[in-house]
Design a protein around this ligand. Structure first.
Ligand code: NAD
Length: 235
């Protein structure tokens, strides 16, 4: 195949694991000792907003203790130097891609550093704890600000832009994701449908591993810089 120009890269929790942010489905299926149903669904938020806020406040505080790793840095380098179209679509709610310098990036599952007011529908950057009693910086209403996170059962952000990028993709790369959460887990099928080459980089085969033309298994901090170096050498 000709050298690809247009690349879509999907990242998941595995790319941030070596920065010290725990993945989600590791071993016990819990995320930071909580069941997903208790902290990452709209129903959980209605049932116990205090618990949900404490969970995300702790995840947001953790961002101040971690740094981007060599895999985030390598993707930022590829973003800066790749002459063709490139889009990094992350499922991660951490800010490690942007802190590494990535620009062509979107957060399909929202961001820890963002808040969303259910009263006025504004979204705004958020630093520090939020808690159930936060005041909206836009409309000043108290108690209506929630974490700007796409919970299970909610629609991911920017799907039109992602699907447009996938339609034009010549290479689709999935990094550090278990392939268990849709619609992201279906991107590989869309990419294959339009004739893109597909590559998986992960610690172990994901649920959809057989859909990928090429598979590289190992730690993201080793495998991602190795792949990026080869891409940049070939450009
Ligand atoms: P996941 O936890 O389901 O899967 C992570 C994958 O990464 C696994 O297949 C695992 O084998 C692999 N992995 C673990 N360590 C790795 C390493 N060092 N190098 C390469 N691969 C490694 O994560 P997911 O597929 O992203 O889905 C989980 C959902 O939970 C997402 O929607 C995401 O929004 C959320 N989540 C986000 C974060 C974060 O923002 N960092 C962390 C946990 C969960």
């Amino acid at each position: 195949m000709d050298r690809p120009r247009n690349i879509v890269i999907l990242t998941g929790a595995g790319i941030s694991a070596e920065s010290g942010i725990r993945t989600f489905r590791a071993a016990d299926g819990l995320w930071e000792d909580h069941r997903v149903e208790d902290v990452a669904t709209p129903e959980a938020y209605v049932r116990d907003p205090g618990l949900v806020h404490r969970f995300y406040d702790a995840r947001r505080a953790r961002l101040g203790e971690v740094e981007p790793n060599a895999a985030h840095a390598a993707l930022a380098r590829l973003d800066a130097q790749w002459p063709g179209e490139l889009l990094i679509v992350t499922q991660n709610v951490d800010d490690l891609h942007e802190r590494a310098g990535a620009k062509r990036l979107l957060h399909m599952h929202g961001e820890l550093n963002s808040g969303w007011c259910l009263a006025c529908d504004e979204r705004f950057s958020w630093d520090g704890p939020m808690g159930p009693g936060a005041a909206c910086p836009a409309c000043a209403k108290v108690g209506s600000v929630r974490p700007d996170i796409v919970w299970f059962g909610e629609m991911p952000y920017e799907m039109e832009r992602i699907e447009a990028a996938l339609r034009d993709a010549e290479l689709f790369v999935s990094i550090g994701t278990s392939g268990a959460v849709y619609p992201a887990a279906g991107f590989v099928q869309t990419a294959k449908y339009v004739g893109a080459r597909t590559l998986e980089i992960n610690l172990e085969p994901s649920q959809g591993s057989l859909l990928f033309d090429e598979r590289r298994y190992g730690r993201a901090t080793v495998e991602v810089p190795r792949w990026v170096d080869a891409m940049l050498a070939s450009k």
